[in-house]
Design a protein around this ligand. Structure first.
Ligand code: KDG
Length: 338
């Protein structure tokens, strides 16, 4: 693979009291190249901009010893297949949405619940607090190490048929969802006809009208060009999707504690930047999309309430799978930080 911890690190850490020439080769021996893949672009997405920020921090803090090789635009696959590559150790870093993590461990499914977080600030505090961090740790059981939460954001519905002003307007529409059982069941509860599909197949499916619509945060709707194949955008903000910055456990276990610390700090710091820029871009891209002709509408408070009520059954339906304790912990934390 292109990725490598170019030369094993074990030998290096034990090489004490060596002559200067050997010291130099020790530095060279510690060169680390990490391969990172994401599904969106480097130019327009907050995802990509955040990853470039991470790269800058890491290269600076390590004096160029640790380098990053970035593969954007789903070049190395989708969220699910990139996570599989992390498990195998053929890819080092990826930053998927939480939703497809359900294919590996159920602990993140709590974040897939509809209308869970009231706003971004509460999401930040819960994710960065004890409840969120506990969940992050569970990734190690499945061969990945979670370093930080970033933001994909509140998801909105687009489609090519009609504006969604009421829950009835969703009826029968073929809406692509992420590959996640809660998302699937929620859209069924709202009367839509959900079609789970990996992100990198959505544009073509919209263009060819295999599906009527999809749902994503504004930043990605713009970045992926979905608006070109869609007429209506409804600001439903029905799920809040965190991104998880993760590294292969195989890679992680080969790193020195100091390098682990460096990467963790960089992921958190770059994440702060990414969240901020995501929020700015979300507004900016919404305006751009309006200019390009997509019709944008809000859901009235009354109608939004109907969406919330119709999806209450989802909380009960999945509480055992999520784990009642975990669900309670997250809900308590949300109530506490508000
Ligand atoms: O890069 C974007 C994808 O990785 C994915 O997580 C985006 O929200 C997403 C989706 O709809 O699949």
């Amino acid at each position: 693979t292109i990725f490598s911890l170019l030369i094993g690190l074990v030998g290096c850490s034990t090489s004490q009291s060596k002559k200067e020439g050997e010291e130099k080769s020790k530095d060279q021996a510690q060169q680390i190249v990490l391969k990172a893949g994401i599904g969106s672009s480097l130019q327009n997405s907050s995802h990509g901009k955040g990853l470039v920020k991470f790269q800058e921090i890491v290269e600076k803090e390590s004096n160029g010893r640790i380098r990053l090789q970035i593969f954007p635009d789903g070049q190395l696959g989708n969220d699910k297949s990139m996570m599989e590559a992390l498990q195998m150790g053929t890819l080092d870093i990826t930053i998927p949405s939480t939703a497809p993590i359900a294919n590996f461990t159920k602990s993140f499914m709590v974040f897939d619940l509809p209308y869970l977080f009231p706003n971004e600030e509460v999401a930040d505090r819960v994710l960065d607090g004890p409840a969120g961090q506990d969940i992050l740790k569970t990734l190690e059981d499945v061969g990945m190490v979670g370093l930080a939460y970033w933001e994909n954001g509140f998801r909105n519905i687009t489609n090519s048929k009609r504006p969604i002003n009421s829950i009835d307007d969703l009826k029968g529409l073929k809406i692509r969802t992420m590959q996640n059982p809660i998302h699937l069941e929620t859209f069924k509860a709202w009367g839509a006809n959900p079609v789970p599909m990996p992100f990198n197949e959505v544009f073509t499916a919209l263009e060819q009208k295999v599906i009527d619509g999809q749902e994503n945060p504004n930043t990605l709707i713009y970045d992926a060009g979905f608006y070109e194949a869609q007429k209506y955008l409804t600001l439903s903000r029905h799920f809040y999707t965190p991104f998880v910055f993760m590294i292969s456990k195989k890679t992680w276990d080969k790193l020195s504690p100091a390098d682990q610390e460096l990467l963790k700090k960089a992921a958190v710091e770059a994440g702060k930047y990414q969240r901020q820029i995501n929020r700015e871009l979300s507004e900016k891209y919404l305006e751009e999309m309006k200019k390009k002709g997509i019709a944008v509408n809000e859901l009235s408070t009354e109608e939004k309430q109907k969406f919330i009520e119709k999806s209450r059954t989802i909380y009960a339906k999945f509480e055992n799978e999520i784990g009642k304790d975990r669900l309670k912990k997250v809900l308590d934390e949300i109530a506490k930080v508000q």
